[in-house]
Design a protein around this ligand. Structure first.
Ligand code: GUN
Ligand code: ZN
Length: 376
């Protein structure tokens, strides 16, 4: 038996919720959980230098198999010495498998037992991605954590379709495990699917847990269902995952959803949201979203968030950032991206402290009160 590449250490369970404080030990360092992972789709977290991400406490970032397969190609990344050296990032990296990206970005998808045929979003040429190919690409890219190739069915798809889909996703997970060549230095996670059907989520979890992955993702969420539906699914899904394995909720990145996910036992999150909305001037703050382009900020010389002590908020005003964003200046996008990532990482830091202090529900109440969040 070789040592697993990825280990989860449970430090403490919160007294009144399902939240857990822990850490994940990777070949590129250890990061505390719960954690939010910034997304660097094309081997860059858009506008951010690795040193800046490190300064704000990002111990792991996410990248994408699909995008790097198309450009520059996994062989070039491998030749560079792997993704870490290619992009000068010496902390953790997780890659998504391409399953979700093929569904959300490409045209003319056709799904078969063998894999997915599609036309890529760059030049429309025909491509094919299989569970084995997704693993081979990730073995060459060299992230610390890899994802199994899965299908993310639409949330309101029929029970009959979703049942067939999770059966196939389980077979794909098994095929991926067999194809995985670097289990000593890369941990492969299984992805639990099942849309909004409890019996199917249970079956998907049971299938994958039997395969003994070093960690489990919860997929198929934040795809148009209500917050209440997501919370309900998390409530019954996280207890199906062994306690000594990390739980990763894919594609979720609003502060309120992070807090509600942690309360239900989630350890890791990722989302393009903070960096994507930053580039058009939408800022995440302790008082909710601030659209800095709005005319009301033209002469507002306060920081984006008066409670924030990030580089952006310590040095620049809403008026200046508004001017930059309105003029499409890249420095404006850098400042808002830095702030939004710092804000979410800081929320997670406070959440970890609240778990330590057993007062996460009080923290949630105070946070939501100021954030102006109304339950949906
Ligand atoms: N990112 C967000 N949701 C998903 C999902 O269901 N599967 C995969 N592979 N990636 C995701
Ligand atoms: Zn800030």
């Amino acid at each position: 038996m070789t040592e697993p590449a990825i280990k989860y250490r449970l430090i403490k369970k919160e007294k009144h919720t399902g939240a857990r404080l822990g850490e994940i030990i990777t070949p590129h360092g250890t990061f505390p959980t719960p954690m939010f992972m910034p997304v660097g789709t094309l081997a860059t977290v858009k506008t951010m230098a690795p040193e800046e991400l490190k300064d704000m406490g990002a111990g792991i970032i996410l990248s994408n198999t699909y995008h790097l397969w198309l450009r520059p190609g996994e062989d070039i990344v491998e030749e560079a010495g792997g993704l870490h050296r290619f992009m000068n990032w010496d902390q953790g990296i997780l890659t998504d498998s391409g399953g979700f990206q093929v569904w959300s970005l490409s045209d003319m998808r056709r799904i078969e037992e063998e894999g997915v045929h599609f036309r890529n979003h760059l030049n429309g040429s025909k491509m094919f991605l299989s569970p084995e190919k997704a693993i081979q690409i990730q073995n060459k890219l060299g992230p610390d954590i890899m994802m199994s190739f899965d299908e993310c069915p639409p949330f309101y798809e029929s029970h009959d379709y979703v049942k067939k889909s999770i059966d196939r996703t389980s077979r794909w997970a098994e095929r991926g495990l067999k194809a995985h060549a670097n289990a000593d230095r890369q941990g492969l996670f299984g992805i639990i699917q099942g849309a909004g059907y409890k019996d199917l989520r249970q079956q998907s979890a049971r299938d994958l847990v039997a395969m003994d992955f070093p960690g489990y993702s919860i997929g198929g969420l934040s795809v148009g269902e209500t917050k209440h539906e997501m919370n309900t699914i998390l409530e019954y899904t996280t207890p199906l995952i062994p306690e000594h394995k990390p739980r990763y909720l894919m594609g979720v990145g609003t502060a309120d959803s992070l807090i509600d996910g942690v309360i239900r036992g989630v350890d890791m999150f990722d989302c393009v949201l903070p960096t994507r909305i930053a580039r058009n001037g939408t800022c995440m703050t302790s008082k909710g979203r601030l659209v800095v382009k709005n005319a009301q900020y033209a002469r507002d010389f306060r920081p984006l968030d008066e409670k924030c002590d990030c580089y952006t908020c310590r040095n620049y005003t809403r008026a200046y950032i508004r001017h930059l964003i309105k003029c499409d200046e890249t420095f404006g996008m850098r400042l808002t991206s830095y702030h939004n990532l710092y804000f979410l990482l800081n929320v997670m830091k406070q959440v970890r402290q609240a778990i330590m202090d057993d007062n996460l529900l009080e923290f949630r109440e105070a946070f939501f009160e100021e954030y102006g969040f109304n339950e949906e």
